[in-house]
Design a protein around this ligand. Structure first.
Ligand code: SAM
Ligand code: SF4
Length: 332
């Protein structure tokens, strides 16, 4: 990690920013949004590209060297490619990663490669067109597969994010693992979290990380643990002979908080020092009120000086406000 000026009150250095660039999305994934009635943030309330760039430059100067662009669906925001190109010029920013549903991305992949995007996480919860439709409520499975092929063709490192849900895609776990037999992809199974847009459906965590692992072990007895990269949220495995790897993310069980190196900024500029907190302060408001760089730096340092130890403490601090906002307003 580069010399970070950003430390939290638990001694953890922060070098990773996850920025949600929009709350808009062209899918309606069951676990993320209700089918209807989503109220988007007013356009003027979204941070502008200029505001986001200033913020990123400031945070890079404070030690952030890794950025994830997420949303909502990042590629539904107009002029996303020129923005990415602009960000790729920022000195000190070593990695720009993107999380996308891949529905409009296939023909952009060569340009993403040219810009130097380091890796892409592609959301794909099912390899069955019908089940994909039932989960995302849109019939665009082929588009996502085209994006996967394009990423592999361009040799952009790709991870597939699959949220594991009882009665939705348990049948897909093994076919998704099989994708990694010949393709160099990281398949990541994620515990479902309750961020689905105002309690659209209750989340009972029926498939936790242990159950996912037991399921994998039952079919792949030779599944072996491999070392996890530093600050990884996934526990990583490999089936001998497979080109790709398998990861399990205990997103609801929150087993990885101890090494958390990330902060999040929502499309309206709310800083979250934990996925489970209710937001600490609004960066956009500071920017629009004419804050100097020094004032912005102080605001970040003071927020990190009072960071929750883990996702459970962060959730407690919400003072009874339930975790029910849509993940499209946070970025995952
Ligand atoms: N639209 C893009 C996409 O779907 O990849 C980026 C934004 S999406 C909110 C980021 C990630 O959050 C996706 O991989 C999605 O699967 C995950 N996600 C959304 N809601 C979730 C939930 N309730 N529990 C677990 N993961 C969730
Ligand atoms: Fe859209 Fe991503 Fe949420 Fe699905 S997970 S509804 S693609 S923001």
């Amino acid at each position: 990690m580069s010399k970070s000026l950003l430390y939290d009150n638990h001694g953890r250095a922060i070098n990773y920013l996850r920025l949600a660039v929009t709350d808009r999305c062209n899918l309606r994934c069951f676990y993320c949004m209700p089918e209807e009635g989503i109220e988007y943030v007013d356009k003027d309330d979204l941070m502008s590209y200029e505001e986001m760039e200033r913020l990123i430059r400031l945070l890079v100067a404070m030690g952030v060297d890794k950025l994830r662009i997420t949303g909502g669906e990042p590629f539904v925001r107009k002029d996303m490619m020129p923005f990415l190109e602009q960000l790729s010029q920022i000195e000190g920013l070593k990695k720009i990663n993107i999380t996308t549903n891949g529905t409009t991305t296939a023909n952009l992949v060569p340009e993403l490669k040219k810009i130097g995007i380091h890796s892409v996480n592609l959301s794909l919860d099912s390899l069955d067109r019908e089940r994909f439709f039932r989960i995302t409520r849109r019939d665009v499975f082929d588009k996502v597969m085209q994006t996967l092929d394009a990423l592999l063709e361009e040799k952009i490192p790709v991870k597939i994010n699959a949220v594991v849900m009882e009665e939705k895609n348990i049948e897909d776990i093994l076919p998704l693992v099989e994708l990694a037999r010949h393709k160099p992809v990281g398949i990541r199974f994620i515990e479902e979290m309750p961020f689905n847009g105002s309690g659209a459906h209750p989340v009972r965590l029926s498939w936790d990380h242990l159950q996912i692992l037991n399921h994998l072990r039952a079919y792949y007895p030779d599944l072996e643990k491999i070392p996890d990269p530093p600050f990884s949220t996934s526990q990583n495995y490999r089936v001998p002979g497979f080109a790709g790897t398998i990861g399990i993310i205990a997103a609801y069980s929150r087993t990885f908080c101890g090494t958390c190196n990330r902060i999040r900024i929502t499309p309206q500029g709310l800083l979250k020092t934990c996925l489970y907190d209710g937001g600490v302060f609004n960066v956009r408001d500071l920017l629009r009120n004419g804050a100097t760089d020094a004032q912005l730096r102080d605001a970040f340092l003071s927020a990190l000086g009072n960071r929750a130890k883990n996702g459970f403490e962060a959730e407690q601090r919400r003072m009874g406000l339930p975790v029910s906002e849509s993940m499209s307003t946070i970025g995952g």
